[in-house]
Design a protein. Structure first.
Length: 357
């Protein structure tokens, strides 16, 4: 068998001979040779197989803040990569050239799990990130990479929409150390109309991660003018986060730019992100951030107790560091939620392309 094609576990056969993929709530029904909407899980010879194992659309060393993760070893380097395909159909996708690709030539580079772990360790990376497209769809590859990285002391980060069924969710996230989950909106209409999916499974994943795992969790919402940026929706979303996940889960509000099938839509004004951040904090979210805009205040971290500046950020560059060696505020001693070293790590300010040998 081709080394890029491997068996998968989460599927079952239907009475009519089709196979149903049970990885995510789409539950694609596949005839022989047919691929799911994700494009990389295919019915071949009586089983569902992953057909993109070990192949990537490229590798880069990023600052961890680009994921975005602001409370997971700030300033550290992360080796990022993705594959082709996605199990959502977001009309506003900012990485559509990879996630919406239907050409295997998009997967121009190859790397084994051991090669990736070595590259991350040799590049001074604290973690590897499965990103650009959703790692749920290449779960088998991601978990093998995570296992190899763990042996080298490198952590694993999932950047995901959280659209996964309960049983595979346990196995997938068991291999992860941190996750940034896209909470794309707080209405099922938005998810159905613009993403071809539903909100409820995402909320279920968020509660699972927060209450049944030790994974560090942060959330990102891309705000699209007129679609998911109303005061009412932001109020409901942030209240739900505080009530169901807790005040310590950081929220990132990022700016939309016209792309994929929403090229005629307006860009998100910076004032919208500032408004969203204010609503979140008024509802008890302790750490709310703005992204994709130049906003030193909105990108920095403050003590929720005394207001002291704890981690200053200028885009992806770190400035003032107000934490002691225990990760507590130098001013009042209040602990900052997350994972921190005694000081900021020396990361990279911009992505650095990596070639696998």
């Amino acid at each position: 068998m081709d080394e890029t094609i491997v068996p998968t576990r989460y599927w079952h056969q239907l009475p009519d001979g089709q196979l149903q993929c049970d990885l995510c709530p789409r539950h694609c029904r596949l005839q022989e040779g047919q691929r799911g909407l994700c494009y990389v899980r295919q019915h071949l010879e009586g089983e569902v197989r992953l057909v993109s194992y070990g192949r990537s659309s490229g590798f880069a060393i990023d600052p961890i803040e680009k994921k975005p993760l602001n409370h997971f070893f700030p300033g550290s380097r992360v080796l990022s990569f993705g594959t082709a395909g996605c199990n959502l159909a977001c009309k506003f996708c900012q990485n559509w050239h990879m996630s919406k690709s239907r050409e295997m030539d998009t997967l121009a580079e190859a790397a084994s799990p051991a090669q990736l772990a070595d590259a991350a360790a040799d590049g001074g990376c604290r973690s590897v990130a499965f990103t650009y497209n959703d790692p749920v769809i290449f779960m088998e590859y991601a978990l093998d990479v995570a296992a190899a990285c763990r042996e080298r002391g490198v952590r694993s980060v999932a950047v995901t929409a959280g659209y996964i069924d309960p049983e595979p969710r346990i196995e997938f996230f068991r291999g992860m150390d941190a996750a940034n989950v896209d909470l794309k909106a707080f209405s099922d209409d938005f998810y159905y109309r613009l993403c071809g999916s539903h909100l409820a499974p995402v909320l279920d994943t968020l509660e699972y991660l927060r209450h049944e795992t030790d994974i560090w969790l942060e959330l990102t919402t891309l705000l699209i003018p007129g679609e998911n940026d109303s005061d009412g929706e932001l109020d409901a979303m942030t209240r739900w986060v505080v009530d169901r996940l807790g005040a310590d889960v950081p929220m990132h509000f990022t700016a939309f730019h016209p792309d994929w099938k929403m090229r005629e839509h307006k860009r998100t004004p910076a004032a919208t992100l500032t408004r969203a951040r204010a609503i979140a904090m008024a509802n008890g979210v302790r750490y709310a951030y703005t992204g994709n805009v130049h906003d030193g205040e909105g990108g920095s971290t403050y003590c929720h107790h005394c207001g002291e500046l704890l981690i200053e950020r200028e885009w992806y560059r770190l400035g003032r560091w107000g934490l002691d060696s225990r990760g507590c505020c130098n001013g009042c001693g209040t602990a900052l939620a997350g994972y921190f070293d005694a000081g900021p790590e020396q990361g990279v300010a911009h992505p650095v392309r990596v070639r696998m040998l």
